[in-house]
Design a protein around this ligand. Structure first.
Ligand code: ZN
Length: 359
């Protein structure tokens, strides 16, 4: 049976009426449709652009599809109807079309340097095998590959690029040759500079960005997912590492301290910014509102721009058309205007995923 919804559509800011027929949106009336939303404010669902359905709190891989689905349900119930999975040690392509799971844009496993990254999470490869690993993981995901661009190198006691510049550059080219987009975890300065210049599609965290690299991202249209909840963890990571790796600890603290200024420059320069929680591992799923509020507070971005970064603009970036004729039948309705108060996001009045009422 078709569903009818009516409310103020954002960002258009106009009262609109839609009919949801199966998993599609129609602007043409469907006789006999059941009205499930009448009034309030409509968005095409939130997007968590950096999320891990394959990693549990405590940084252990999930071990079953049911566990991955349970994590996805937590995000969905917070209004997240599309997820970009930024690396999963557990493959779950079966969930791409699962009616209970948000839309998925997935990388395969993280491609990581040998014996430096979180144990059991990444596909760990030496420089000479990175290109082949990119091809393997491009096939394992559904449009993205995730690289670990840098991590602590315990032999030098500081952050360091995962591989040499030539290998990082070759990895981006290999992803594009495989027809997928590439993103990379970067904390430090060196790796992010090389990867942006190599034409990578997106940067995760990006704490090591400098003004000239930000300007290059703006020119190229390279996206940034700043994961502010994760950057809040830098102090804890530094405190834990301090005794053995004081240079690393100081570096992490310095990166976190300058990050709000980096982000404000990225906003001013026009870098496409998207909201990602980095849930899984150390951040709980369902934290999208906290990430949105942090982005608003740290950059001064207007609530409507934060909403765009966490909803319609992110869906467009990932290829999930929203509330237009022929679009996908996902929406969240709120009683009040979230542009006036982002806290409204905490209380969705109605959640519809793939044409079915979730709440
Ligand atoms: Zn992550």
């Amino acid at each position: 049976m078709a569903l009818r919804v009516r409310g103020v559509l954002l960002p258009e800011d106009e009262v609109r009426e839609f009919w949801l027929v199966g998993d599609r949106v129609s602007t043409e009336p469907v006789p006999g449709a059941e009205t499930v939303v009448d009034g309030g404010f409509l968005v095409p669902g939130l997007v968590d652009a950096h999320c891990h359905l394959g990693i549990q709190l405590g940084e252990a891989p999930v071990t079953s599809l049911e566990e991955a689905k349970a994590l996805a349900a937590v995000d969905r119930d917070a209004g997240v109807l599309a997820i970009r999975d930024a690396g999963s040690p557990f493959p779950y392509p079966q969930l791409d079309d699962d009616p209970d799971v948000p839309r998925l844009a997935r990388a395969g496993r993280h491609i990581a340097p040998v014996k430096r990254y979180l144990r059991g999470i990444g596909m760990e490869v030496p420089a000479e095998e990175v290109t082949a690993a990119v091809a393997t993981q491009a096939a394992a995901g559904n449009g993205w590959v995730k690289l670990v661009g840098d991590w602590i190198d315990r032999t030098i006691g500081d952050l360091a690029a995962a591989w040499d510049a030539e290998t990082l550059t070759g990895a981006v080219a290999a992803a594009h040759a495989a027809g997928v987009r590439m993103t990379a975890h970067t904390f430090c300065e060196e790796s992010v500079t090389v990867l942006v210049r190599a034409g990578i599609d997106c940067i995760e965290h990006g704490t090591g960005l400098t003004e000239d690299v930000i300007d290059e991202m703006a020119r190229r249209g390279t996206a940034l997912v700043p994961t502010l909840l994760q950057v809040d963890n830098f102090e804890r990571i530094a405190a834990r590492a301090e005794e053995k790796f004081p240079v690393y600890a100081a570096h992490m603290r310095a990166l976190a301290a300058r990050f709000p200024a980096v982000l404000r420059h990225a906003v001013e320069a026009g870098v496409p910014i998207f909201v990602g929680t980095d849930a899984g591992g150390s951040i709980p799923h369902g934290s999208i509102v906290e990430e949105m509020l942090s982005l608003h507070e740290q950059t001064g971005m207007a609530p409507v721009d934060v909403l765009a970064a966490a909803s319609w603009r992110a869906r467009q970036w990932l290829g999930f058309p929203g509330l237009v004729h022929g679009g996908l039948a996902d929406l969240v309705a709120y009683d009040a205007d979230p542009r006036a108060d982002l806290d409204v996001i905490r209380s969705p009045k109605r959640i519809i995923l793939r044409g079915r009422v979730v709440r």
